[in-house]
Design a protein. Structure first.
Length: 193
């Protein structure tokens, strides 16, 4: 499914890489099936995008909406998928680190994850516009290096905590097409060698 809304770029600076399936050999985007009390729930991240960059890059809102979640209680990253995050951490097996979730038109939600500790600039219930500063890029949660995990979701039932589907993102301009991002990544990776 594609998003109904059209989203703008979530980074203030265009320093990006996209990893569709794997980063350092660890799956980064997948469909999770809940366990324990979340048994039977689906948490789909198959269309999420990781934007790699430097710690501290400004992260901005991609579409007008209302902030429904802010979580800024993580000060470190877990470099593997086996270390357990703090209790009560949403979503189950929470690996998003410090994050913000914004509700938009058409029952769509944007997620801004792995933010730098104490960098979140918005509060729950705040109405924000496209381009509003949300926070700074970090590497909290399960993260191998600083990046923004960005995804657009829609709930399977009424609430995100009941499970959600990841939507293919409709971008505001062609700069964000897969072809452009692949070309950009190739150039960026060549420059790192």
């Amino acid at each position: 499914m594609k998003s109904k809304n059209i989203y703008s770029y979530p980074l203030a600076k265009r320093i990006i890489e996209e990893h569709n399936n794997y980063s350092k050999g660890i799956p980064t985007h997948r469909l999770y099936k809940g366990t324990g009390k979340d048994s039977g729930k689906i948490f789909d991240e198959s269309n999420a995008v990781d934007f790699l960059g430097r710690r501290g890059i400004n992260i901005v809102c991609s579409y007008p909406g209302v902030v429904i979640v802010t979580f800024d209680g993580i000060s470190k990253s877990w470099k593997n998928l086996f270390e357990e995050p703090p209790k009560g951490y949403f979503p189950p097996k929470g690996d998003y680190g410090n994050h913000v979730i914004v509700k938009h038109d058409n029952n769509e939600f944007s997620w801004y994850c792995h933010l730098k500790p104490k960098s979140i600039k918005v509060v729950k219930g705040q109405e924000i516009e496209k381009g509003t500063l949300i926070g700074k890029m970090g590497d909290t949660g399960i993260s191998l290096k600083p990046h923004l995990h960005f995804q657009i979701t829609t709930p399977i039932k009424k609430w995100l905590s009941d499970g959600y589907y990841s939507l293919k993102i409709r971008w505001e301009d062609e700069l964000h097409s897969k072809k452009y991002i692949q070309r950009f990544n190739s150039k960026l990776l060549r420059n790192k060698k």
